[in-house]
Design a protein around this ligand. Structure first.
Ligand code: SF4
Ligand code: MG
Length: 323
């Protein structure tokens, strides 16, 4: 098929002492070959949990996972399949690069372990490959850095080494979870440029998770907007920016414009993301929505197609006509 990844009605809930946390509540989407798909939303919307479910990082229990995830039409449904794909065909980079490294081992040793595990190349034979990868992510003095430890690297450098670690197996899918959020603006731009550069070279598909719509505009082909564990809108980056349909998407765009104008983060959408143990009935966004109608409080909106976009909002469903 055209799609390298398919997610079908994925639900991820967690049993906690405070009740069931409904982190992801039935989402479906596909990732095309060599496509960059951005998943956006405020923290707690379920975007990171979605990524962790795809790559097989969630432990059940406590996670209760249902639905289907297919990589090149093969369901990732057994630990064996997940283990063979994870870290090789699907890899991930994180906001905090130290989470990818062990402070006790050299950079070279740690990348060599991944190479040995997934590519079957012995540690003594992989040094050249690793150094060429470090050069591709623009690490100066790569030969010397190979023998150094994570704490000897700057934040931006470690971020680039994490990218090298994620790409050395030549993955078909790279999942990036807020990889530039902790970096200052200049380094952030460098890392984003590097990622576009490597995407061309490695021809991979990317899922890019972020709350920053400026980044989305720069790198994504398509956008998924998540709210309270659901997809509220989906479309091409052009159509989402040109004609956002969902009131939440519009709020995000407006808050983003205001933030960048003032150079700081400004909350525009009044109210808070609901706790995932107490998601409101009907449309989960209704307590914050200035367009909320009676139907919104009781009936969950269906996904509706509007031109090339998909939106879950009663402003676009036939229920509205009945109000
Ligand atoms: Fe607002 Fe109703 Fe649309 Fe939800 S369904 S976003 S409450 S108008
Ligand atoms: Mg997150």
């Amino acid at each position: 098929s055209e799609n390298i990844l398919e997610v079908i009605d994925l639900k991820v809930h967690f049993k906690t002492p405070e009740g069931i946390v409904r982190a992801v509540n039935g989402i479906s989407f596909a990732l095309g070959r060599q496509e960059t798909l951005a998943i956006v939303g405020e923290s707690g919307c379920g975007k990171s949990v979605t990524a962790q479910a795809i790559i097989g990082l969630l432990k059940s229990p406590p996670a209760i996972i249902s639905g289907e995830i297919k990589f090149k039409s093969t369901p990732l449904d057994s630990q064996k399949v997940v283990n063979s794909v994870r870290g090789k065909n699907i890899t991930m980079i994180f906001q905090e690069p130290m989470s990818s490294f062990d402070p006790l081992y050299t950079i070279g040793h740690q990348i060599a372990e991944v190479v040995e595990k997934h590519l079957g190349i012995k540690k003594k034979d992989s040094k050249e490959l690793i150094i060429s990868m470090l050069k591709k992510v623009h690490i100066p003095d790569a030969e010397r850095r190979y023998d150094e430890y994570p704490h000897q690297m700057s934040g931006g450098m470690l971020q680039r080494i994490m990218i090298a670690l994620a790409l050395i197996t030549n993955p078909e899918i790279l999942i990036a979870d807020e990889p530039t959020t902790a970096l200052d603006v200049t380094i952030q731009a460098q890392v984003l440029n590097l990622m576009s550069e490597l995407k061309e070279e490695f021809k991979m598909s990317t899922i890019f998770i972020t709350h920053d719509l400026g980044i989305v505009a720069e790198i994504a082909d398509r956008v998924i907007v998540m709210y309270a564990g659901k997809i509220v809108e989906q479309g091409s980056v052009y159509s989402i920016f040109e004609s956002p349909l969902h009131p939440y998407t519009r709020g995000l765009l407006e808050s983003n414009i205001k933030s960048s104008a003032k150079g700081k983060e400004l909350p525009y959408i009044p109210g808070f993301v609901p706790s995932s143990t107490k998601i409101p009935q009907g449309c989960p966004f209704h307590p914050r929505c200035k367009h909320a109608m009676d139907v919104c409080k009781n009936v969950e909106p269906e996904i509706t197609r509007v031109n090339s976009q998909f939106v879950s909002c009663h402003l676009y469903t036939k229920e509205r006509a009945e109000v």
